[in-house]
Design a protein around this ligand. Structure first.
Ligand code: APR
Length: 320
């Protein structure tokens, strides 16, 4: 049977790691696209040679032409630039918006049926714009942030409780960034919600608050340590989990940046919500009953995303 085709747009740190993970997990054949000549070709040649040792037979190739992504089943987008010191939010927005316009055109022409996962920051605004540029069905295009944010939360919680990360579930809602909304009530150790664990004396509210803040600052903490780049291993793992759920119709319930138009009282926005990912893409958005406090935090987060989208609309009249 023909293998699925996975197109990776952007062959940098995350793109290369995505290709490695797709190979190791035997998800399909991989084509890596980048505007830098030789980069995707060199990386995929290196990775293909690794297949002889690791035992994967996937076909891995690199390209500088959008034709190479033709017929892709999954497209994962990391193309763009990360925010550098001295760069304003609007500078980053304007550069990556132009990249999304080019990537969207490529998807529209060559991969109109693909399940698209966007990782480029600022995530919620970029995936919103990418959908417009690609004219893609909303259920077939999502952003990756929540799986990563909740992975960070789960990691910190597992360290606090000294239990396996596998037994820690965590939910985060809202935009990717400072206004992200971690949800302690829906985060558990083996089914026991975090507020119960505080009552049981496993941790204190103060420690929990510190962990929540560290989760919010998770990306910045890694940038501060690396100095020359941002996180790439966990972001790649997170996107691969989403791709796998689509390709294998696993119907995983994952926090993703999905197109929300109605649920949670949110209109025409991409924002982090729990969603079922299966063969049809986003098959269901899970609408939790929020407390007034949680709803206010989500509204604030959605407002921040809305602000970025308005800025995008001003920068590119096609989005208006
Ligand atoms: N088309 C295709 N690729 C592009 C384009 C473009 N128009 N513009 C830049 N690129 C490529 C760069 O050549 C580079 O190889 O995108 C790649 C980005 O790679 P890195 O700089 O290594 O960034 P990475 O760490 O992979 O993160 C990518 O994900 O988490 C976000 O904030 C992060 O937006 C950033 C993205």
């Amino acid at each position: 049977m023909a293998q699925p085709k996975i197109a990776l747009i952007g062959g940098g740190q995350i793109g290369g790691t995505l290709a490695l993970l797709a190979g190791l997990k035997e998800l399909g054949n991989v084509v890596l696209f980048d505007i830098v000549e030789g980069l995707p070709q060199g990386k995929t040649l290196d990775l293909a040679q690794g297949g002889a040792v690791e035992g994967y037979n996937a076909h891995l190739s690199g390209t500088n032409s959008y034709e190479g992504i033709a017929g892709a089943d999954v497209v994962i987008v990391t193309a763009g630039v990360p925010r550098k010191p001295g760069m304003s939010r609007d500078d980053l927005l304007s550069i990556n918006l132009k990249v999304m316009a080019a990537v969207g055109e490529g998807i529209k022409t060559y991969a109109p049926n693909a399940f698209v996962i966007c990782i480029t920051n600022p995530l919620d605004a970029m995936v919103w714009a990418l959908r417009q540029f690609a004219n893609h069905p909303a259920e077939k295009i999502v952003g990756m942030a929540g799986v990563l944010d909740s992975a960070r939360f789960r990691h910190f919680l597992s360290e606090e409780f000294k239990v396996s990360k596998e037994d820690v579930t965590a939910f985060v809602l809202g935009g990717h960034g400072d206004t992200m909304v971690p949800m302690p009530r829906f985060s558990t150790v083996a089914g026991i919600p975090l507020p119960e664990l505080v009552k049981m004396g496993w941790t204190t509210q103060e420690k929990l608050d510190q962990i929540i803040q560290r989760t919010r600052d998770g990306g910045a903490e890694i940038v501060g340590l690396l100095k020359t780049g941002s996180a790439f291993y966990a972001p790649a793992s997170s996107a691969i989990q989403m791709a796998e759920s689509y390709l294998k119709d696993q119907k995983r319930v994952l926090p993703v940046a999905a197109y929300v138009d109605g649920p949670y009282g949110i209109k025409d926005l991409y924002v982090g919500v729990p969603a079922v990912i299966g063969e049809n893409g986003v098959e269901r958005i899970v609408e939790l009953q929020l407390t007034a406090e949680e709803k206010a935090a989500l509204d604030k987060s959605a407002g921040a995303v809305q602000g970025l989208i308005e800025a995008c609309k001003k920068m590119d009249p096609r989005l208006g």
